[in-house]
Design a protein around this ligand. Structure first.
Ligand SMILES: CC(C)(COP(=O)(O)OP(=O)(O)OC[C@H]1O[C@@H](n2cnc3c(N)ncnc32)[C@H](O)[C@@H]1OP(=O)(O)O)[C@@H](O)C(=O)NCCC(=O)NCCS
Length: 168
């Protein structure tokens, strides 16, 4: 799929971002959120975005069909050069190259912002997410056993990592 454009998210994208995300809150272990994301929570999330922790969208024909973001990995100052990536594609638009394009774009933005590493990861049953990360060079780091619970199941989480400047 090449008929889409990636740009920074704007405030009036938040409803579409929330709709894409809430589908997965309801149906999937790709997020461990259980209550639907509210408009106020999403606005608060948007206010925390910056050049270092951007939110981006993929848009086709004026419709947002995917989004991505970098968030702080941990809040302590010493972790300031590590960020965690999120990518969510509208469920009707999988396997068209959107996730790859959004994650590659995030990697470039992370480099430009001076970040050192991006943490990926997913519920271990989320093979699409982990395959996307590995396809873009993220290295599997390890799996925490049964740290999550959703849909009455204990869930393992597998983390991956991309070093942006391995020579440093
Ligand atoms: C994971 C997700 C972002 C992938 O996005 P996508 O646009 O469907 O993926 P792409 O078409 O860009 O795929 C790029 C590569 O990722 C891998 N991949 C993607 N989906 C896959 C799947 N279902 N099974 C195996 N590999 C997959 C493949 O290597 C693929 O390359 P290929 O198509 O040449 O084989 C998408 O499935 C999604 O939004 N899932 C729900 C949310 C989620 O899990 N987000 C990650 C949590 S942060």
């Amino acid at each position: 799929m090449s008929d889409f454009a990636i740009r920074l998210a704007a405030e009036n994208d938040l409803e579409a971002i929330r709709d894409i995300y809430n589908y997965y809150v309801r149906t999937s272990t790709c997020t461990y959120q259980i209550e639907l994301d509210t408009a106020e929570e999403r606005r608060a999330w948007f206010r925390e975005r910056s050049a270092k922790h951007p939110a981006t969208v993929a848009e086709a024909d004026g419709v947002v069909i995917g989004w991505a973001a970098l968030s702080p990995w941990k809040s302590r100052c010493g972790y300031a050069w590590a960020a965690e990536a999120s990518v969510y594609i509208h469920h009707a638009h999988h396997r068209r190259g959107l996730g790859k394009a959004l994650l590659l774009d995030l990697i470039e933005r992370a480099k430009a912002a001076g970040l050192h590493t991006i943490i990926g990861g997913a519920s271990s049953d989320q093979s699409a997410s982990l395959a996307l990360q590995v396809a873009l060079g993220f290295i599997p780091i390890g799996t925490f056993r049964e740290v999550g619970r959703k849909f009455d199941r204990w869930l393992d989480v597998t983390y991956t990592q991309l070093l942006l400047k391995p020579e440093n």
